[in-house]
Design a protein around this ligand. Structure first.
Ligand code: TPP
Ligand code: MG
Length: 297
């Protein structure tokens, strides 16, 4: 076997879903890749001096500007006529993508910069201690949306990033994935790379977090599978403004997904009903758009 391009020289938590994803990303990307990494767990754990887990060139600048840095690298490659051979992959967490890096990402997509942006979505600002982000799901307990006598955790729904980006650019390839289904991720990442001939690509990948989700160290894959099968995290692609819902066996009970995680252990009967209603509505909406090939953007 050839040497991995994301090696074991990192200090992630045992069982970290995002670290597994980094390895998979680099296995698929290959060595003609320049990685731009946003501030967050994956940057912090993989670049601790004097070690680096990366066997490709890697740039970290700041929290808000991952996409802007990636665009700069892309235009530099283009000016040097290296852009057909080398690709730029930007990697950032959900906080760095849904919130603080959104302006730069929006600019890159509006311009059609040919970068692949991958958001590893662990559904909170994990590196600084599990604060709520724009990707945090309804009712999750975080250190800034604390569940207690007067609150059931996060009161907002997750932002719909794939739709926000799809509304920018019809040349983009956009997809959601989960570390519970690496074959599906691989298929989508290959399409995302192929799309760089035409425009930008965005992959949003659910990546479980042991301390943030309060699960056992051997449950990261299982929980990421249950998230999809229970319809809590829907997998789909958006190409040419048309949604294609990924074919999965969507018949897991949502309770089985939520109750295996400490971050949802406070939920009451009313919370379950509301979550169920939301995910059923969203599934119905996406399935309708997908089945009828309706051009949404
Ligand atoms: C401008 C700025 N604000 C805040 C921080 C502190 N900070 C570093 S990592 C981080 C959390 C990142 O969250 P996310 O993007 O979801 O990645 P994760 O840590 O979950 O992997 C924060 C708030 C920072 N480095 N820079
Ligand atoms: Mg995060």
């Amino acid at each position: 076997m050839t040497e991995p391009l994301f090696t074991s020289k990192h200090k992630s938590c045992i069982g970290c879903g995002a670290a597994m994803l980094m390895r998979k990303i680099m296995d698929i990307a290959g060595k003609n890749t320049i990685v731009v990494i946003g501030t967050g767990c994956m940057e912090v754990v993989s670049t601790l001096y004097p070690n680096s887990a990366w066997k490709v060139p890697l740039i970290h600048s700041a929290f808000a500007n991952t996409a802007a840095t990636a665009s700069g690298v892309y235009y530099s490659l283009k000016n040097q006529k290296r852009d057909k051979k080398e690709k730029v992959i930007a990697i950032a967490g959900d906080g760095g993508t849904f919130d603080i890096g959104l302006q730069a990402l929006s600019g890159a997509f509006a311009r059609g910069d040919k970068i692949l942006y991958i958001c590893y979505d662990n559904e909170a600002y994990m590196n600084t201690g599990i604060q709520k982000s724009g990707a945090t799901p309804l009712f999750m307990n975080t250190t800034t949306t604390f569940s207690g006598q007067y609150s059931s955790g996060n009161e907002n729904k997750k932002k719909n990033m794939p739709f926000i980006l799809a509304s920018h650019n019809n040349d983009a390839y956009i997809a959601t994935a989960s570390i519970g289904f690496f074959d599906d991720f691989e298929m989508k990442m290959k399409k995302a790379i192929a799309n760089l001939e035409r425009g930008p690509s965005y992959l949003q990948v659910l990546a479980s977090c042991i301390p943030g989700w309060k699960i056992k160290v051997n449950q990261s894959i299982e929980v990421a599978r249950k998230a999809v099968l229970s319809k809590a995290y829907l997998l789909y692609e958006i190409e040419n403004g048309i949604i294609n819902l990924s074919q999965m066996d969507y018949n897991e009970k949502i309770e089985n997904y939520l109750l295996m995680q400490g971050r949802f252990k406070h939920l009451n009967a009313g919370n379950f009903i509301e979550i169920k209603k939301n995910i059923d509505e969203e599934f119905k909406r996406l399935k309708f758009l997908s089945d009828n090939k309706i051009k949404v953007f």
